[in-house]
Design a protein around this ligand. Sequence first.
Ligand SMILES: [Zn+2]
Length: 290
Amino acid sequence: MSRGRRSVGSHAALLASALAVATATLPLTAQTAQTADYEVHAVRYATIPEFPVSSLVRGAAPDERMDIAMVLWVIRGGGRVVLVDSGFHRASWFDRFRVEDYLNPREAVALLGVDGAQVSDLIVSHAHWDHMGGIDLFPDATIWIQAAEFGHYTGPAWQAGAGGGGADPSDLVELVRRNTEGSVQLIQGDDVEILPGIRVYTGARHTFASQYVLVEGNEPVLLASDNAYLYRNLRDLRPVATFTPADTVANKAAIARMIDLVGDTSRVIPGHDPAQFRRFPTDGRVARIR
Ligand SMILES: [Zn+2]
């Protein structure tokens, strides 16, 4: 800043307008970095071995299999403990899938020193059993879910022939009960800041109205959940399984958008890729993403 003959008043005005211009041109992520300095961790609560990759990445070889990580994510800061997804614990899913190295999600977050009762907010990326199946383990949390996802999975998903679409009926009963208690926030669509510096986006159509989560800041993190299962979906721009086959185009577009939102593929965290526990500093089941 140059010193000179301008009066204090005009100097101050110049400074103010310079600041205004600087603020206006800062990317959104830098502006909101001041709102909360969140830590982000991934916690691996189980493994499902030898999962068919063709169910995760369209076009993969039919005989290719991999051990997938079952994960929930913890965002901490600004006096909040926010979970993205909640895992599962109901017995029937252990009959349907081979589950290894299982830890109840409430015990899993305790590895970070988080008591389940401290969880203030729980963002449900989508209504599938392995993401919404632990909401009853965090009874004091406000649940954040897309209004359209709530509407579909508490209604049409259970009509004759629809089959529930991968959701667990007990989770929907719990979700409706929590809503009657006033502890569910129904989010209206795409690009909504639900908490300071935490935004959700729709359009990937993994389920009827699945959402993904951007944690803003100088090092933004995008938690894709199953809108991108693996790093391979991101790298090769290959869609995941979607609500209908017609939605694969939307999923591909959403994957490109996720990368664009954070400017770098490495800052997008896929839903089931065990590599997130190699790419980031990891202690046992916990990876420090930020
Ligand atoms: Zn999943």
